[in-house]
Design a protein around this ligand. Structure first.
Ligand code: SF4
Length: 127
């Protein structure tokens, strides 16, 4: 049965089930961007991870400038260097591109736009 996601997602979901950081995301991503105290513990978790290769390939598919935290034992700056060294062009859109696409989609299909939760019944779509 399809879950509505692409085959790529199902493949990614498979390796993430084995992630050593599963249910420990708070140790991989700092609450504040300038906090670097978490890095050594996050890298220790990654060193013991059996899906580090899959994780690295996945991480390299994102624009490094949008990355946050530690992926496959690497900081976003190290991921950017790795992309450059491997000649990898990220296949995933930047957050800005994703948001622009989403806004374009909802502008073209306002009927698909969900009413935000927790708003009054007389809430109206902004023009
Ligand atoms: S390599 Fe690190 S970030 Fe990637 S899945 Fe494993 S523990 Fe998580």
């Amino acid at each position: 049965m399809s879950n509505g996601f692409s085959g790529d997602y199902e493949e990614e979901a498979h390796w993430t089930d084995k992630a050593n950081c599963k249910d420990r995301g708070h140790l991989m991503f700092p609450k504040r961007h300038k906090d670097i105290t978490y890095i050594s513990e996050a890298r220790r978790i990654c060193r013991q991870c059996e899906v580090r290769g899959e994780c690295l390939n996945y991480a390299l598919s994102f624009p490094a400038a949008d990355m946050h935290g530690i992926w496959a034992g690497l900081t976003p700056r190290q991921l950017a260097k790795e992309q450059k060294a491997r000649g990898v062009t990220p296949s995933k859109p930047t957050i800005a591109e994703f948001m622009a696409d989403m806004l374009r989609y909802y502008k073209e299909k306002p009927e698909h736009r969900a009413k935000p939760t927790g708003v009054r019944d007389d809430w109206q779509e902004p023009n």
